[in-house]
Ligand binder design. Structure first.
Ligand SMILES: Cc1cc2nc3c(=O)[nH]c(=O)nc-3n(C[C@H](O)[C@H](O)[C@H](O)COP(=O)(O)OP(=O)(O)OC[C@H]3O[C@@H](n4cnc5c(N)ncnc54)[C@H](O)[C@@H]3O)c2cc1C
Ligand code: SF4
Length: 342
């Protein structure tokens, strides 16, 4: 790990100012001059590997009081960026009204990690692509223009949706699938024009020919809250995650589903796929295939096929297409079977 300066600041203004000052003093295109740290479970990992090399690490945990709370009413759920994953997964309102959120959190990492890890840090976690994590390999995401070792390498874990010739790394997180399926929004401060709110669907960028640009956040922009609108689909929602090992493992394929049913007729379906795409992936083709129809296993399979129409499998990850389809079918049928009180 390279030497770096660590600062813990107590107010939003001082945190943003510290990040701004580091940028103007020592900004360089390849490595962010400053990085925020919350739980540190992702940042310290990548710093130890030499993948992230910030000059300044700004600890944001002193903002816990302002951004560590969970609120909800009949219109929405509001999650502070410093809420710990375990805090959210244990919350009775989330378990009852947004089960898909609780399930994505509970299926991630280990309880010890989830006690440390924040929701803001979770959505910004970086890919687990082994070539990205090992600095001796060419990797366009880590070193723009150096090439992509995964395209012709071992790509079993990699994405089949949203890929480009420049990067096929899968987005690794689970929670983000719930957020994108439920059309969440992200509140930030410290952007070019101050505070703003953006759709969660606009937070992560497709790799295209600039895979090193992973999000639409400006350098030094801080996530403060995640908002999830309530809807008639949020209670009937679930997450199915398929992985090599049943705990402490990232998804090979996953599906987050939220359904508004009248009888067996689908009034609205919200679907996201994980493990198979370069960014949190809203499966709108699958949603359209279900709209207004009676949900049966056959219809679920049709929707799942639609979700993977644009898939671009590589040498070792073609298995993700049939397993991804099955994962979605399972999630849809599980959501249909849920006992939901009104
Ligand atoms: C062994 C292991 C297994 C795991 N398995 C899973 C899994 O199955 N599923 C899953 O989803 N995750 C998994 N994770 C990832 C884990 O969930 C993340 O490391 C964690 O959620 C990151 O949160 P953090 O608060 O520790 O982030 P940090 O490490 O503190 O930060 C991560 C990134 O977010 C930035 N950041 C943090 N907070 C903010 C903010 N408020 N505004 C702007 N930028 C911010 C930081 O600068 C950094 O770039 C695993 C991790 C490990 C180590
Ligand atoms: S898939 Fe992306 S992250 Fe992995 S080596 Fe290629 S460019 Fe790097």
């Amino acid at each position: 790990m390279e030497p770096f300066e660590y600062r813990r600041e107590a107010t939003v203004e001082r945190i943003l100012e510290a990040a701004r000052a580091a940028r103007s003093e020592r900004g360089d295109a390849r490595n962010a001059a400053s990085q925020f740290i919350a739980g540190g479970t992702n940042m310290t990992d990548y710093m130890a590997l030499g993948v992230a090399r910030p000059h300044l690490v700004v600890d944001i945990n002193a903002l816990q009081e302002g951004f560590g709370c969970i609120d909800g009413d009949q219109h929405r759920l509001r999650l502070g960026a410093l809420v710990r994953m375990s805090q959210a997964e244990d919350h009775p309102l989330i378990r009852r009204d947004y089960p898909v959120i609780a399930q994505t959190l509970m299926s991630a990492a280990s309880r010890q990690i989830r006690n440390m890890a924040s929701l803001g840090g979770n959505v910004l976690q970086r890919t687990r692509c082994e070539y990205f994590r090992e600095v001796s390999w060419p990797c366009n995401k880590r070193r723009p223009g150096s090439g992509c070792a995964a395209v012709e390498g071992i790509n079993r874990q990699h994405a089949v949706l949203g890929t480009s010739d420049h990067c096929i790394a899968a987005y690794p997180g689970d929670f983000a699938q719930a957020l994108i399926a439920l059309a969440a929004t992200v509140e930030t401060v410290g952007g070019p024009s101050g505070a703003r709110t953006i759709p969660f669907a606009e937070l992560h960028r497709l790799p295209d020919d600039t895979p090193h640009l992973e999000t639409s956040l400006a350098p030094g922009e801080l996530i403060t809250f995640l908002n999830v609108p309530a809807g008639p689909w949020t209670r009937r929602s679930c997450y199915v995650k398929v992985r090599d090992r049943d705990s402490y493992q990232f998804a090979l394929t996953s599906a987050a589903v939220a359904l508004h049913l009248e009888g067996d007729i689908v009034r609205e379906a919200r679907i996201a796929l994980g493990g198979v795409a370069t960014v949190p992936w809203r499966a709108r083709e699958a949603e359209a295939a279900l709209q207004g129809r009676k949900l049966t296993e056959t219809l679920a399979a049709t929707a799942a096929a639609a979700a993977f129409t644009g898939a671009c499998p590589r040498k070792h990850n073609a298995f993700k297409v049939p397993i991804g389809r099955e994962t979605l079918v399972r999630a849809l049928l599980e959501a249909q079977r849920m006992e939901v009180s009104t």
